[in-house]
Design a protein around this ligand. Structure first.
Ligand SMILES: [Zn+2]
Ligand SMILES: [Zn+2]
Length: 261
C-alpha cells in the first residue's frame, strides 16, 4: 500500500477557503497517512492578500502544533510555502531559522514585481523562451540557496499553456542537476490540473530526467479547499511508477526519509 502524504495545503491562514481542521476528514477519506499545511509566506513584497501576514507565522505554527496533539487518526505536519526572492536569501533564512517546521517548500511565484499566475496577459506578446529561461533561473537559484527541503511546482510558468519555441529540456536537466547537488526534493503538484494548463507540474515528458538522477519526490495537491486534498493522487502515483519511481519522500522536523511506493 502506498504511504500517502500531502504536504502542500493552504487554509484560511493564507489564501485557502477553510480552517485547518476542515481538511482532516477529507484527508482521511483520501487515504492519506499524513497531511501537511504549507501557508504562503512572502517576505519583502507588499499588498499580497494571498499570503499570510509574516507577523502571524508563530501563531500559525502554534495552531497546527495544537491540532497535531488533538488529532490521532492522521499524522499532521507543519510546513510553509515560502517565496524565493533573489538577493534576499540571508534575510529569509534569518526569518525562518527559529521556526520549528517539518519541511520548507520553496516556490517561485514572482518574476520581478508580478506573479506568473496573475493572468495570461503576463505572457501575451512576450518572448516565451526568455520568460522560461528567467523562471528556471529563479527556481535553480532557489534550489541552490539551501533554504528549502522541497521545491514547489518547479515549472509553474506553464500555468497558462504558453510554450517556448525551443525545446525546454535543457532547463529541466540543469534544474535536476542542481536538485541533486543540493539534495532537495521536488513535488508532483496535481493542482495544475485545475489551472488553464490542465496538467500536473512538472511536465510529464521530463519526469524521467528527475528519475534518472534519483531526485526524491512528494505528491502534493496544493489544495486551497478541502475537497481538493489528495486530488488526482492515484493518477499521480501511476505516472511516477511509469517513470520508474519506487519511493516517496517523507519529512519530519526537516529530516527526510524515503518510504517504498
Ligand atoms: Zn505556489
Ligand atoms: Zn501552494
Amino acid at each position: 500500500m502506498i504511504y500517502r502524504t500531502d504536504y502542500h495545503i493552504h487554509t484560511s491562514f493564507s489564501d485557502g477557503r477553510s480552517s485547518p481542521e476542515d481538511y482532516i476528514a477529507p484527508a482521511i477519506a483520501a487515504r492519506l497517512s499524513e497531511i501537511g499545511f504549507s501557508e504562503h509566506l512572502s517576505l519583502f513584497k507588499e499588498n499580497q492578500d494571498w499570503c499570510m501576514n509574516p507577523a502571524n507565522t508563530s501563531s500559525y505554527i502554534d495552531y497546527i502544533n495544537k491540532l497535531k496533539k488533538n488529532v490521532n487518526d492522521i499524522q499532521i505536519k507543519t510546513g510553509l510555502e515560502i517565496d524565493f526572492i533573489p538577493g534576499k536569501e540571508k534575510e529569509i533564512e534569518n526569518f525562518l531559522s527559529d521556526l520549528k517546521l517539518d519541511y520548507r517548500i520553496g516556490s517561485v511565484h514572482y518574476l520581478g514585481e508580478k506573479t506568473v499566475d496573475i493572468g495570461p496577459e503576463f505572457y501575451e506578446g512576450k518572448n516565451i523562451d526568455l520568460i522560461y529561461e528567467s523562471y528556471f533561473d529563479h527556481v535553480i537559484a532557489a534550489v541552490s540557496s539551501g533554504l528549502f527541503d522541497i521545491i514547489g511546482h518547479c515549472d509553474f510558468i506553464r500555468i497558462y499553456g504558453f510554450k517556448p519555441v525551443t525545446d525546454p529540456e535543457p532547463f529541466y536537466r540543469k534544474l535536476v542537476k542542481t536538485l541533486k547537488q543540493n539534495d532537495v526534493a521536488f513535488e508532483l503538484n496535481t493542482n495544475g490540473r485545475n489551472s488553464p494548463l490542465a496538467d500536473f507540474y512538472p511536465d510529464r515528458r521530463f519526469l524521467h530526467i528527475f528519475r534518472e538522477e534519483n531526485i526524491p519526490v512528494c505528491v502534493n495537491s496544493d489544495a486551497h479547499m478541502p475537497i481538493r486534498v489528495g486530488q488526482y493522487f492515484d493518477e499521480a502515483y501511476e505516472l511516477l511508477k511509469y517513470a520508474g519511481f519506487t519511493e516517496m519522500a517523507v519529512f519530519s522536523s526537516r529530516k527526510r526519509r524515503m518510504t517504498p511506493m
